[in-house]
Write a new protein. Structure first.
Length: 467
């Protein structure tokens, strides 16, 4: 290598080293912090509670069977419209028809027995009447015999008749008395027979009523083999097939599920116990379903049930949202992502929720820190910490969409420098928060930090931004 080439190489090396030193010197020296900002502006804000739920028909009727047997005929299927009283299925009725016929025959037999007992009662009543008449005749005969006897005794004492005639009158009286006693005994026997006949007649009538009840029950069981729709509606579920045997027990099996009116639906929504206190009747609610992405359905809260439900160790309460469904888009069982509107503010002062996730340190420089800055004014400064996560984090106002987030700290950009300021917050929708005190419309707040170069220097180190 010649001397001239060596000199050129040395000159080029010096120039490269000098350029690199200047690049890092001026590049790092000219780096300055730039802030991502947002204006304080006015707008409407809604505070909502998010929950999940399931769509159901307002009235769903389970149709079962009250008798056991084999399904002989099915007259409806899934999605079949039905009217109240319409025949929808039949159970094999042969056994039940036989029971009805047997019960009817038993009833006829007992009715014949009643007729026999009625005749027996009539005969007994006639016997009693005859016995009573006989008693009356014998009483008359006794009186006549007594009169005749008394006359014979008087004549005998006067010597007008003989002893033999007097004894004959005595015998006639004794015979009449004996016949009267016999008539009275016969009357008692007839009356006893009448009582027995009447008791048997009463028992026979009771048997008729019992057999009639058995016939009625057999007829009811036969009628239950004809399964009818209890309400107007649509069959949304069928759980049996022809030939299948169903058994009636303490809990009747469900053969069909009928939704009474699918043009009116409801969302059974599980609301967390921390949010249920802010849910009230007639509040507006919106929801979406996976079947119709992007389409928002609307309803109103019509019921807040008091019974708690524990789902994965979380206590929730069922809030029922009534939903019109005129075009029948919504189907029972769909999962709904529900938002219940619990509060609304119009023309409120709003800032993005990102302002509450910013911390500044001295490497960036900033305005005087407030009492919470932890040092004398001008000595503590910006340490940027801004994450891109959605709102509703702990430490942000309205972590659950509440009505008042309390005191919060934000950084306001004044003359290009961030200045700490304490504010009072109101509603939050998870992305924006209402400002009640501490900020004015048009002011600029810091929502994040970005690094940029001044001049034409080389890129410096990364901004001091912690996520």
């Amino acid at each position: 290598m010649t001397r001239r080439k060596l000199v050129l190489v040395l000159i080029l090396a010096v120039l490269v080293l000098g350029g690199a030193a200047g690049f890092f010197w001026f590049g790092n020296g000219n780096r300055k912090a730039a802030f991502r900002t947002a204006p304080v502006e006015r707008g409407d804000i809604l505070s909502t509670i998010s929950a999940t739920g399931t769509l159901n028909a307002v009235i769903t009727v389970q149709v079962g069977t009250q008798v056991s047997g084999t399904i002989r005929q099915l007259l409806v299927d899934f999605n079949s419209p039905v009217k109240k009283g319409m025949l929808i299925a039949r159970i094999d009725a042969d056994i039940f028809e036989a029971k009805v016929n047997q019960a009817r025959a038993d009833l006829e037999s007992t009715r014949a027995a009643v007729l026999n007992q009625r005749a027996a009662v009539a005969k007994a009543e006639a016997d009693v009447a005859t016995a009573k008449a006989n008693v009356v005749r014998q009483e008359v005969a006794v009186r006549d015999a007594q009169i005749k006897f008394d006359s014979r005794v008087r004549l005998f004492r006067e010597g007008g008749i003989s002893q033999e005639e007097r004894d004959s009158a005595q015998a006639a009286l004794d015979s009449a008395v004996a016949q009267l006693d016999a008539a009275r005994a016969s009357l008692k026997a007839s009356e006893a027979a009448l009582e027995v006949a009447q008791a048997q007649f009463t028992a026979a009538e009771a048997q008729v009523r019992q057999k009639q009840a058995a016939l009625d029950q057999a007829q009811v069981d036969l009628d239950h083999t004809f399964i009818r729709a209890p309400v107007d509606g649509v069959v949304v579920s069928r759980n049996v097939d022809v030939g299948q045997t169903v058994a009636a027990s303490l809990q009747a099996p469900t053969l069909f599920l009928i939704a009474q009116d699918l043009t009116k639906m409801q969302v059974d929504t599980n609301v967390d116990e921390a949010d249920i206190s802010r849910v009230a009747l007639d509040q507006e609610a919106t929801f979406t379903v996976d079947s119709y992405p992007g389409q928002v359905f609307r309803g109103r809260v019509v019921q807040i049930r008091q019974a708690p439900q524990v789902i994965q160790n979380v206590v929730t309460y069922n809030s029922v949202v009534a939903v019109p469904n005129p075009d029948l888009k919504l189907k029972p069982g769909m999962t709904a992502n529900v938002k219940i509107l619990v509060a609304r503010r119009e023309n409120a002062l709003l800032v993005p929720n990102a302002v509450f996730r910013v911390r500044l340190d001295s490497s960036i420089g900033g305005g005087p820190a407030g009492p919470r800055a932890g040092g004398p004014p001008g000595q503590r400064g910006p340490q940027a910490m801004a994450d891109g996560r959605p709102g509703g984090r702990p430490g942000e106002p309205g972590a659950r969409g509440g009505a008042d987030g309390g005191q919060q700290r934000v950084w306001v950009l004044q003359d290009g420098k961030p200045v700490e300021r304490m504010i009072r917050t109101g509603l939050s929708d998870g992305q924006r928060t209402e400002i009640l005190e501490g900020l004015r419309e048009g002011e600029t707040v810091v929502v994040g930090l970005q690094s940029q170069r001044g001049g034409s220097g080389a890129p410096g180190g990364p901004p001091r931004l912690r996520l």
